[in-house]
Design a protein around this ligand. Structure first.
Ligand code: NBP
Length: 482
């Protein structure tokens, strides 16, 4: 009997995902570049189960029922292109190649076009949730050739995480690179959520002088309230985890953050599309700053830190801190959705924003109760132009802002960095301002470069130039944009 699906790449994600598929009743043919891993898997975790081990791409494709579905879970980049070239000669019209790795969405746009051009279908799907997610139910974000969706839907939705009411955290996202784009935004949001939690941690520890036990209790409590989320939950666990000597484990860990680049890609996409994605941007920069260990060590000898002065009400300040996290989190998702909307326009994806919130509601790292509220906002108004204009989130930000301002002011006066919490607040203050000082900016641009400006008392689209120095002529700039 032929297998329902084939998988290339028996590393941590592939191995767990095929075990998940098999447990849901699907038969899977497996292949890996280093073929010993196939045998090891078939004799090990795959023993006695509905798997077919194969030792070449030809054998793998030959083992599949039609239309064939060949899924890759290999290192993103060149290996994906190499496998596509190896798979194609063995396919028939209508067969489907699936890339489940963390591919860059522009690559997925290119690959979809290429594979479709050869008469086959291509699906680029984000898979989130790490090792356990892959095994128990990840969040899956598929995009690519639309005609492939009915063919893969059953398997994908069967293996995906389910939220309370049984809704799978997997739905069709859109054409070509849409799935991988949405996965990239997910990862960017993950960077932001993690960063604001680390800022809260430093604030608790250094401004409020809290012990690890107290911080553990606080995060545990927060996980039962509006911040209820996987990342708050694991932070509570981490606060309680002790090293062999009984000291908090987290104190032993070097403070230099790694990254695989998906947060950086999100920031770059925001720059390309002109979206103020400040919170995620600051989160990426904070990781870069953390990595400058030697420079920071030198600077710490040069600059004296301000003395920490806090004699306020600690319980009240902790409530304010929770509000700061909540307000900043709303801003982060509002900015992330702003980027999704601009990308959807740019690439013609017609993204379903409510469905995306549901895909992230379970299975993945950013899963949280909060995403249910985002889903509701888009249910109410599918054309909502910005999350902050939804009445629920508007009221929440209004209610959070006083505490949030107290936290930022206290952190800044005590010399504790809060780049994401404070830049999100500045974004909010800018967003709610009818008039920003960009009038001066335009004046400067016109002064030095004759870039022209529009006037508040004239219709949009009419451009004016002033001879600011009396020395300039009437010639204006069109091409020079500094
Ligand atoms: P890796 O990203 O470590 O990739 C390992 C697989 O890629 C193995 O099958 C390996 O074959 C194959 N491979 C490599 Br490495 N270089 C290759 C090459 N030049 N040609 C052909 N095959 C090559 O595995 P992973 O952590 O399971 O992740 C798989 C994908 O899922 C990645 O795109 C990753 O970014 C994404 N992802 C990972 C996670 C996670 O938590 N780990 C979460 C979500 C998404 P070999 O055995 O012969 O070396």
């Amino acid at each position: 009997k032929k297998a329902d699906i084939g998988l290339i790449g028996l590393a941590v994600m592939g191995e767990n995902l095929v075990l998940n598929m098999e447990s849901k009743g699907f038969s899977v043919a497996v292949y890996n570049r280093t073929t010993e891993k196939v045998d090891k898997f078939i004799e090990g975790r795959g023993a006695g189960k509905n798997f077919i081990g194969t030792h070449s791409i030809e054998e793998l494709v030959g083992a599949l029922a039609t239309p064939r579905k060949v899924m890759m879970l290999v290192k993103a980049g060149q290996p994906v292109d190499d496998f596509i070239e190896q798979i194609i000669p063995h396919l028939d019209q209508g067969d489907i190649i699936i890339d489940g790795g963390n591919s860059y969405f522009e690559d997925t746009i290119r690959r979809t076009k290429y594979v479709e051009g050869k008469g086959f279908k291509f699906v680029g799907t984000g898979v989130s949730g790490g090792e356990i997610g892959a095994l128990r139910g990840p969040s899956m974000m598929p995009g690519g050739s639309k005609e492939a969706w009915p063919e893969v839907k059953e398997i994908f939705q069967a293996i995906a995480a389910k939220v309370d009411d049984g809704v799978p955290c997997c739905d069709w996202v859109g054409a070509d690179g849409a799935g991988h784009f949405v996965k990239m935004i997910h990862n960017g949001i993950e960077y932001g959520d993690m960063q604001i939690i680390t800022e809260a941690y430093q604030f608790m520890k250094e401004v409020l002088g809290m012990s690890y036990d107290e911080m553990h209790e606080t995060f545990k409590k927060w996980n039962k309230e509006e911040l209820d989320s996987y990342l708050i939950e694991i932070t509570a666990d981490i606060m309680a985890f002790k090293d062999e000597d009984g000291e908090p484990m987290v104190e032993k860990i070097l403070d230099t953050a790694g990254q695989k680049g998906t947060g950086k890609w999100t920031g770059i996409a925001a720059m390309h599309l002109g979206v103020p994605l400040t919170l995620i941007g600051e989160s990426v920069f904070s990781r870069f700053l953390s990595a400058q260990l030697d420079l920071r060590a030198k600077a710490s000898e040069v600059f004296e830190a301000p003395e920490i002065k806090f004699d306020g009400d600690k319980t009240k300040m902790l409530d304010d801190l929770k509000m700061a996290l909540y307000g900043a989190k709303i801003i982060s998702y509002a900015q992330g959705y702003n980027l999704l909307m601009e990308a959807s326009k740019e690439h013609g994806w017609d993204l379903n924003y409510g469905a995306i919130a549901l895909m992230w509601r379970g299975g993945c790292i950013i899963r949280s109760a909060f995403l249910g509220d985002i889903n509701k906002a888009f249910d109410k108004a599918p054309d909502l132009p910005h999350l902050l204009l939804d009445s629920f989130f508007r009221d929440k930000v209004q209610a959070a802002q006083q505490g949030w301002r107290n936290v930022c002011a206290t952190a800044i006066s005590n010399g504790i960095p809060v780049p994401s919490l404070s830049s999100a607040l500045s974004y909010f203050d800018g967003f709610r301002s009818k008039r920003l000082p960009a009038n001066l900016l335009q004046a400067q641009r016109d002064y030095f470069g004759a870039h022209t400006y529009e006037r508040v008392d004239k219709p949009r689209g009419e451009f004016f130039h002033t001879n600011w120095t009396g020395e300039g002529a009437d010639t204006v700039s069109t091409a020079y944009n500094s």
